[in-house]
Design a protein around this ligand. Structure first.
Ligand code: SAH
Ligand code: SF4
Length: 348
């Protein structure tokens, strides 16, 4: 049935929720994963884009039930990097490793005013030709505007789930509508926009996941991230099971088939299950990988989920490992900007 659907479906048309559900509900995983790999090859080629990420603050005013950085987690030691440190790290990513995208990520931390963030971005842009991705959560439109004006190229703001009830049950005090509004503002301001979801949220089923991909397709993101839930011990979800890595990869594959052009990262959370899952994801639609450049002395504290950033390896070894992973599956290493391939303006 899936084969028949994929053969008949003209890829460049809007997918219906029931078609997406048919894919996710099917047991023909190998066929779906291989098909996603061929769509990836056709639309975004064999290159795998390497990005450098700097997690510059683990302070967060939000209380997402799954995340170790949540406000109510008092067991975590908090840190902030200062603007000059962030700038130097970013410049090093470019000058020492040739990597041309830096992702600046943090909890929702208003210590960093839009003016400060703009100053950091301007200086990175002064000193390098890097693309800058920002991932700092929800802000007023004016902040997004100031950050964009300073030269930020991309913004990553995952919706986490496109089911409103599920969203509200996991994000106390937050608004589903506001998050949607934020990503729309981000797009309107001309950022390359990244969206994404978590697989394995409590109360989530495959119908939700089909709906997630359907809604994400409508946003037309330049980047789409699909990661498994890794429950953190110091959160209300500590006793919940982890998201299924195989289902995460299958969902990634379906996201590739349905949306075709976005940059799709192999998420770091998937690496928790073993590097083989990361390679499998790269062979099922993913085309981006991130390397962590957060300084050694604080990186373990950016514990969104347990075990994250426990690897003591210096960046040079991490870069080498990623290069080898890419070459081992006969793909091409790309350390250029790796801009969006555009999204679906051709969609009928
Ligand atoms: N504070 C910003 C950016 C940092 S959090 C924001 O929330 O947008 C980055 C991502 O980490 C979130 O989008 C979420 O999808 C992911 N995340 C947080 N806790 C997680 C967990 N326990 N398991 C898997 N992913 C998690
Ligand atoms: Fe804060 Fe982001 Fe974690 Fe939510 S997911 S608690 S906003 S860091």
């Amino acid at each position: 049935m899936v084969k028949e659907l994929l053969n008949r479906k003209i890829l460049d048309t809007l997918w219906q929720p029931e078609e997406i559900f048919m894919l996710i509900n099917s047991d023909e995983d190998d066929y779906i994963l291989n098909y996603a790999d061929s769509v990836r090859k056709q639309y975004v080629g064999d290159e795998i884009h390497i990005r450098g990420i700097i997690e510059f603050s683990n302070y967060c005013s939000m209380n997402c039930l799954y995340c170790g950085l949540r406000r109510d987690n008092t067991k975590i030691i908090r840190y902030r990097l200062m603007p000059e440190d962030i700038i130097n790290l970013a410049v090093g990513i470019k000058n020492d490793f040739g990597i041309s995208t830096v992702v600046l990520q943090s909890g929702e931390d208003n210590y960093y005013t839009p003016k400060m963030l703009a100053g950091i971005i301007r200086e990175i842009k002064n000193q390098t030709d890097m693309a800058v991705t920002v991932s700092i959560g929800e802000r007023p439109d004016e902040d997004y505007n100031i950050i964009k004006e300073a030269g930020a190229d991309r913004f990553l703001l995952k919706q986490e789930t496109f089911n409103k009830e599920l969203y509200h049950s996991l994000h106390p005090g937050a608004s589903f509508e506001n998050r949607i509004r934020c990503i729309q503002t981000i797009k309107r301001l001309g950022y390359q926009a990244g969206s994404g979801i978590i697989v394995g949220l409590p109360g989530q089923n495959i119908k939700h996941l089909a709906h997630d991909i359907f809604e994400m397709q409508k946003i037309k993101p330049d980047m789409a991230s699909i990661s498994p839930l890794i429950p953190h011990p110091n959160t209300p979800l500590s006793d919940f099971p982890t998201g299924n890595p195989k289902l995460t990869i299958k969902t990634t594959a379906i996201a590739r088939i349905v949306m075709r052009t976005p940059n799709i990262p192999v998420t770091t959370a998937l690496g928790v299950f073993g590097t083989e899952f990361q390679t499998e994801s790269l062979k099922a639609g993913a085309n981006v990988i991130m390397i962590n450049f957060t300084p050694e002395d604080v990186k373990e504290l950016y514990e969104i989920y347990p075990g994250k950033n426990k690897q003591k390896k210096p960046p040079s070894m991490l870069v080498e490992k990623v290069r080898n992973m890419i070459l081992s599956i006969n793909r091409i290493v790309n350390t250029g900007r790796g801009d969006s391939y555009g999204f679906g303006d051709e969609i009928k």
